[in-house]
Design a binder for this molecule. Structure first.
Ligand code: LLP
Length: 415
């Protein structure tokens, strides 16, 4: 479900024609639908309401302040992975008591900033990190609330670049060292054990691995309690996939919610979730303009657009599929084209061999389901200023991140 729809042949976001946004803001532009985001936020919370829960949006998926503020309004907390993300969520008015700090390596200054802010919990991923955090907390005369991210070692069918629960992965502490790590945490007086955490990967399209991981974490939580630890939070991470128009159809949130409630029955802890993609993926499109059509060898045709791999990295990095749609399709026979950007790399192909209405210079197209890990993974490669971001609310829209300028490209540099 999303609020990007054709109306008399033209693509709108809610009540706003995308052509109007292109005219007034230019391209490439990420266009977010607030109604879609709100809906997904509510659907997720309804799906897990059988549990005592706190949903912490994974900021890395799309970190714009306007999106964070909207999700805060919807009752979400935040899952952060850096001092920069901490800064962002605080700027968006987040309550620190709803913030968890994940990640396999955190700088001491980042730990200190999060301690000072008074966040809910640090998800530590190694014995070394427990010692580091304890050291920082001691220096500040504070006690740091910790959970340990345990690797539940479940096999997840997703892209190998985003699978995290394999025994070879850098993430978490191997399950067989978990109890010893908790003993260590309990011995460090500047730490307070509050929970256990896991995260098994991203764009997961079946419920089974989530259930397996949740059951393992539940068993561990009960065991740790018997060992004398005060496990109040069970963090099951994020990772539920979304449909991209190709590949397996992921389960609906209520199916996931029900299965997890069942798997975690009797755990008697607040269940933390860290959804990212699920909330924002199809709440945005990347709006781009055709620069030209060119013929390649044989019958190959390319539509060169003004967005590129620096704006949307997923196709180049993961061979990810994003549906392409013309904003106001021309009549006439469709053509098979590769949609490519202007960047000087062969992998700068946004979409391969797509059947599209004939495209000409100036035509607008969108790449769908671009909200998650779109803008957040963008760069200035090839000295391309980063795209603008627009948030639509009903029949209005506002620029929530201005397009970067050439001056932005050299900010902080000297000759
Ligand atoms: N929690 C932790 C600890 C994570 O590492 C992640 C994502 C999430 C939550 C959110 O996962 P989600 O619900 O969004 O699946 N750039 C890749 C995805 C990388 C995911 C990284 N971690 C992509 O574009 O597909």
């Amino acid at each position: 479900m999303n609020h990007f729809r054709k109306r008399s042949g033209e693509l709108f976001c809610e009540e706003v024609p995308l052509a109007r946004i292109a005219r007034e803001v230019g391209t490439p532009t990420y266009v977010y639908s607030s109604a879609t985001l709100r809906r997904h936020a509510r659907v997720f919370q309804r799906a897990v309401r059988g549990l005592d829960f706190l949903a912490c949006y994974a900021v890395k998926a799309a970190p714009n302040l306007a999106l964070l503020a909207l999700l805060r309004e919807e009752g979400f907390g935040f899952d952060i992975v850096s001092g920069g993300e901490l800064y962002r969520v605080l700027r968006a008015g987040a309550e620190p008591s709803k913030v968890v700090f994940s990640g396999v390596g955190k700088r001491r200054d980042e730990l200190a900033a999060a301690l000072k802010a008074g966040i809910l919990q640090f998800n530590c991923e190694s014995e070394e990190e427990l010692e580091q955090l304890a050291g920082v907390a001691r220096g500040m005369r504070r006690t740091a609330p910790v959970a340990i991210r345990v690797n539940p070692e479940v096999d997840v069918r997703t892209h190998p670049y985003i699978a995290t629960a394999l025994s070879t992965s850098k993430f978490g502490i191997p399950a067989n060292r978990a109890r010893a790590a908790y003993r260590l945490a309990a011995q460090l007086p500047d730490l307070r054990v509050v929970g256990v955490a896991c995260h098994i990967g991203s764009q997961i399209s079946e419920v089974k691995p989530f259930v397996e991981a949740a059951k393992k974490v539940r068993t561990l939580a009960l065991r740790l309690r018997r060992d004398g630890h005060d496990i109040r939070h069970v963090d099951v991470g994020g990772g539920l996939g979304v449909p991209y128009g190709e590949g397996p159809e992921p389960p609906a949130p209520h199916v996931y919610g029900r299965a997890l409630a069942e798997a975690l029955r009797g755990v008697e802890a607040k269940v933390l979730f860290e959804p990212g993609r699920l909330l924002v993926a199809n709440a945005a499109v990347l709006l781009t303009r055709v620069l030209l059509q060119k013929r390649g060898a044989g019958t190959r045709k390319f539509a060169v657009v003004d967005a590129a791999m620096n704006d949307l990295l997923r196709p180049a990095l993961y061979d990810a599929h994003h549906e392409v749609e013309a904003v106001a399709p021309r009549r006439g026979p469709a053509e098979v084209v590769d949609l490519v950007g202007p960047v000087c790399e062969s992998t700068d192909v946004l979409a391969r061999a797509r059947k599209l209405p004939k495209l000409r210079e100036g035509d607008l197209v969108v790449l769908r389901t671009a909200g998650a890990y779109g803008m957040s993974m963008s760069s200035q490669y090839n000295a391309r200023p980063r795209a603008a971001e627009v948030l639509v609310e009903g029949d209005r829209f506002r620029v929530v991140r201005q397009r970067e300028t050439y001056a932005d490209l050299v900010r902080g540099e000297t000759t």
